[in-house]
Design a protein around this ligand. Structure first.
Ligand code: SF4
Length: 448
């Protein structure tokens, strides 16, 4: 169990110097106890106190990484129950299950879909990251060969699943540099798998059928020096899996229960045979609170909604997704191409730029920093008004790219045109574009 705020406070310097960003040592202690501050933010903690506080200042859910290179899946590290309190930080890894009993064509199909199902959205690439390789054949050679194949053909972060320690050892040997998750310790194999995980510096999954035995197993492994654990409660129904996820998150955050302070893994693939139901179960677990979600297969209609849901749930609700302020050329524009202006809210940018692209009229799009607000919201907040837009246009550098002096503003803010003309001066013509982005294509095609 972690220390309380008062217990932590007793170990702090009590000078209230504010250097940690809060007004008092007591406030800092409370934040530390709640997992909302890092001990390193106070430069004056003694070494002795640091040692005592290390447990209290550790994140309530241990963060860990699976995989290597660019596709490292980070899970855990969460500090809140609800995303309106603070953003969720490490989105769940989405894995496809591939068994060594599957026909080769099916294995190849799943790997192909793993590689190809990627989507561009609001400037990000949405994709699955993990492959769970399962040793159902019981044959170490078959398992090792499949692990090698998945490793060679993909950049996937790997989960190695087997009931047999020696088969897991063969799998780990084939991909130790990929830092796979070894699945899973149960009551009988703890010592051997702990040794395998330690020797290869791999995270280890722990599976039990009750919360008590799960906590006991995780305590045993922690005492043996293993830190990177992933919990599987063994539940294979939606209701129980959902309850378990919530129980673990609450125990770790509210009760500071270190035995359950680890990310989790869930298996919708073992909860139903109906792909639609499986997707709905996975969607529930994206929201509440799985660290890894293993699916039986990836299909576009299953994966895309989960990826978008995951993006939305794990985006900071207090910080809009923003584009960089600047000039965005669309379709190789020349010095006579139209100049349009919009705000830097990502969704606005992608909708507007998409419409411009659809028109096939090469254009310059000026994107103005409005702190991520959309056009009307930015206007209402006084951030997308005539003088501000004019100042931005003048310093944007667009006059070096076009020889005309015409700028098209969104129709929704037509009211700013007078102020904008005044700010830009008589050389400039301000044109009012369509109110709706959907009409930009027709507007540009008509020669405006
Ligand atoms: Fe107290 Fe340290 Fe914060 Fe200063 S920086 S107020 S000493 S906790």
């Amino acid at each position: 169990m972690g220390l309380t705020g008062i217990q932590i406070f007793k170990l702090l310097p009590k000078t209230n110097c504010k250097e940690c960003g809060v007004p008092t040592c007591l406030a800092f202690a409370m934040n530390l106890a709640a997992g909302k501050a890092e001990l390193s933010a106070c430069p004056y903690v003694s070494e002795e106190a640091k040692a005592l506080l290390s447990e209290a200042s550790a994140p309530p859910i241990r963060p860990l990484a699976i995989g290597s290179g660019e596709n490292v899946v980070k899970i855990g590290g969460e500090t809140v129950l609800f995303r309106h309190e603070k953003t969720f930080v490490n989105k769940p890894g989405l894995a496809v299950l591939i068994s060594d009993t599957l026909p080769e064509a099916e294995v190849n199909g799943r790997l192909k879909r793993f590689k190809e199902l990627k989507y561009e959205r609001v400037g990000l690439t949405l994709r699955p990251e993990m492959v769970a390789v399962k040793n159902e054949s019981g044959d170490p050679g078959k398992f090792e060969a499949l692990v090698k194949k998945v490793k060679a053909e993909t950049d996937a972060a790997l989960i190695l699943m087997s009931d047999k320690v020696e088969n897991l050892a063969a799998g780990v040997k084939a991909c130790a540099d990929r830092v796979p998750l070894i699945y899973a310790v149960n009551n009988g194999n703890g010592e051997a798998l702990a040794k395998l995980a330690k020797e290869n510096k791999c995270p280890l999954a722990v599976k039990a059928t009750s919360m008590e035995s799960l906590a006991a197993l995780s305590d045993k492994l922690t005492a043996a020096g293993l830190k990177d654990l992933v919990l599987d409660t063994g539940s294979r129904t939606l209701r129980k899996a959902f309850e378990d996820q919530v129980f673990i998150r609450r125990a770790a955050l509210l009760q500071k229960n270190r035995s359950l302070g680890f990310p989790t893994i869930a298996f919708p693939c073992e909860m139903t045979k109906d792909p639609m139901k499986e997707t709905l179960i996975a969607a529930t677990l994206v929201a509440k609170y799985a660290g890894i979600i293993v699916l039986s297969d990836f299909q576009g209609e299953i994966l895309f909604p989960l990826l978008v849901e995951r993006l939305n749930v794990y985006t900071d609700p207090q910080r809009p997704m923003m584009m960089q302020q600047g000039i965005y050329p669309i379709g190789n524009p020349t010095e006579t191409a139209p100049v349009l202006i919009t705000t830097n809210f990502s969704l606005t940018y992608f909708i507007v730029s998409g419409e411009i692209e659809s028109s096939r009229v090469p254009s310059w799009l000026l994107v103005m920093d409005t702190e991520g607000l959309s056009v009307l919201t930015a206007w209402a907040a006084g951030k997308f008004v005539g003088d501000a837009i004019g100042a931005f246009v003048k310093k944007s550098g667009i006059t070096e790219k076009v020889k005309h002096r015409r700028v098209i503003i969104p129709g929704a803010v037509a009211a700013v045109s007078g102020d904008l003309e005044e700010e830009l001066g008589k050389d400039w013509e301000v044109r009012i574009g369509p109110r709706e982005a959907a009409h930009i294509t027709a507007y540009l095609k008509s020669g405006n």
